[in-house]
Design a protein. Structure first.
Length: 304
């Protein structure tokens, strides 16, 4: 007998199972592109037809990346599939001599690798539609028409490409199958008018960042919010900007250890869950959270 706990999202409360009933690790092969993609599938304990979230982690991460967010979304009743991207995962860097790591970093953040990462997500979408199961995981429970994609840092760039960002004036690797997107610590990859670059993102999008989400010279907030300035105002775009939150607070790789980190972690789970419920499950009750999230003055929330 499994325990249930009540997960409350201000005006939205839902009954949620706290753990996955099945966790399956697999290697899915894209023969056309010559890429073998490790994936971790996690299914909640109940639910005949599940909405699913595909997670694209940041640089150096594996299928364990984003585990904090995966546990939160599982508890809310969503399936979660984490993708490990060859070429920008930890395996690639563990084997790389220190002298050549800068070159690998340039390759990992290139437009070509962004296309490869977007193709990895496309493969996962193909396999979810094709495979009835993977090991102990009953993939037939996943509704292929209710899938969202989220990612952190390099994973957010992957999300941006799939959602419709332009690269060099051209569309990215747009995939029409996902219904909604979340980008944590995303950024504009090249100079230009944000409206021209991000104006083609027509599906629901939640952008999450922090006022200390970055390093180097210049205005961090201005750099991180370029995406927001470019997204079209269609009533389905949202931005959460957390005061004093740093880059790795949004990776979700391990539980937070500071008071600020724990607060940001809880709010990201709360707001992202409301977003997924609204745009993957058509739950209009989640609009109350998205309209008035009740964040403190140090944080910034916008909707357009």
């Amino acid at each position: 007998m499994f325990r249930l706990r009540l997960l409350c999202l201000t005006a939205l409360c839902l009954l949620a199972a706290p753990a996955a009933a099945a966790v399956c690790d697999a290697l899915w092969v894209d023969r056309a592109r010559g890429r073998a993609i490790p994936v971790r599938i996690q299914l909640p304990e109940s639910g005949a037809r599940l909405a699913a979230i595909i997670w694209s982690p940041g640089l150096g991460a594996t299928t364990s990346g984003g585990g904090v967010w995966a546990r939160g979304w599982l508890a809310a009743g969503f399936a979660v599939i984490t993708v490990q991207h060859p070429g920008s995962d930890n395996i690639a860097y563990a084997r790389e001599p220190a002298a050549t790591r800068p070159a690998r970093l340039r390759r990992a953040t290139s437009g070509l690798h962004m296309a490869e990462r977007a193709g990895d997500v496309g493969l996962v979408l193909d396999e979810l539609a094709r495979r009835p199961r993977e090991g102990a995981c009953d993939l037939a429970r996943i509704d292929p028409d209710r899938i969202g994609v989220a990612g952190h840092s390099l994973g957010a760039w992957t999300v941006q490409a799939l959602a419709g960002q332009r690269f060099g004036g051209e569309r990215g690797q747009i995939d029409r199958r996902p219904r909604a997107f979340i980008g944590l610590s995303g950024s504009q990859l090249e100079p230009g008018d944000p409206a021209a670059i991000f104006g083609g993102i027509g599906r629901p999008y939640l952008m999450i960042s922090g006022t200390l989400d970055g390093a180097g010279d210049g205005d961090i907030v201005a750099r991180r919010t370029m995406i927001w300035r470019g997204l079209p105002a269609d009533g389905r775009k949202y931005m959460a900007l957390f005061g004093d939150a740093t880059h790795m607070m949004f990776a979700g790789n391990r539980p937070a250890t500071t008071a600020l980190g724990r607060r940001v972690e809880a709010e990201v789970i709360r707001l992202s869950t409301a977003f997924w419920r609204r745009w993957l499950l058509d739950d209009a009750a989640a609009d109350a959270v998205l309209a008035h999230p009740g964040l403190p003055a140090a944080d910034r929330w916008e909707h357009k």
